[in-house]
Design a protein around this ligand. Sequence first.
Ligand SMILES: CC(C)(COP(=O)(O)OP(=O)(O)OC[C@H]1O[C@@H](n2cnc3c(N)ncnc32)[C@H](O)[C@@H]1OP(=O)(O)O)[C@@H](O)C(=O)NCCC(=O)NCCS
Length: 154
Amino acid sequence: MSLTALSIQVWLHTYATEGVSDDLAREALSTFTPAYFQSLIADSDYRLLVDVDGDNLLGYILLDLDSRCAEENYGGVEVDTLYVQEHFHGRGIGRALLDHAIETVGARLWLTAWAGNVRALAFYNSYGFVDVGITWHEFEEQKYENRILALQRR
Ligand SMILES: CC(C)(COP(=O)(O)OP(=O)(O)OC[C@H]1O[C@@H](n2cnc3c(N)ncnc32)[C@H](O)[C@@H]1OP(=O)(O)O)[C@@H](O)C(=O)NCCC(=O)NCCS
C-alpha cells in the first residue's frame, strides 16, 4: 500500500505542475494500484529496491530487465521508476538507490525522463547519465516528449 501511496504522491507532484486534470488523475490512479505492485514483485523480469526508515517507505527504484532501449546502441537494464518522497529529496537517497541498482544488476542502465522534468534530468546528469535520444510517452491522445538517458561511467 505504501508503494501505491508514495507513487501517486510523487507522480502528481512531478507531473501535475499546472494542477490535477482528470487525465492526469486517471493515469496516476489507474497505474499505481496495489495489484500493479504485486504483479511486479512476482515478475522475475523486474527488480524492486526500496529505501525504508523502519516501517516507513522513503523511496524506491524499479528495474526492468527485459525492456529494449529505443536507441539501438544502448541497452541493458531500464530504470523504469525512481521515486523519492519530496520530504527526503536532496539527502542522497536517489543516488543510493541507483548505487544499489548497479550492485544488483550492473551499470548498463538506461531510462526515459519527461523533457520537462528539469530536476530529474539534472540529477541523472550529475550521476553520469547522458542524453542519447528522444522518445514519446502517449496517454489518452496526448504526447509528451521524453529524453532517453544512458549511464556512461564505470
Ligand atoms: C530525481 C530524484 C529521484 C532525485 O533523488 P534525491 O534523493 O533527491 O537525489 P540525491 O539527494 O541522491 O542527489 C544525488 C545527486 O544529484 C544532485 N541533484 C539532486 N537533485 C538535483 C537537482 N534538482 N539539480 C541538480 N542536481 C541535483 C545532487 O546534488 C547530488 O549530487 P552529489 O551526490 O554530487 O551531491 C528525486 O528528486 C525524485 O524522486 N523526484 C521526483 C520523481 C522523479 O522525477 N523521478 C525521476 C523520474 S524519470
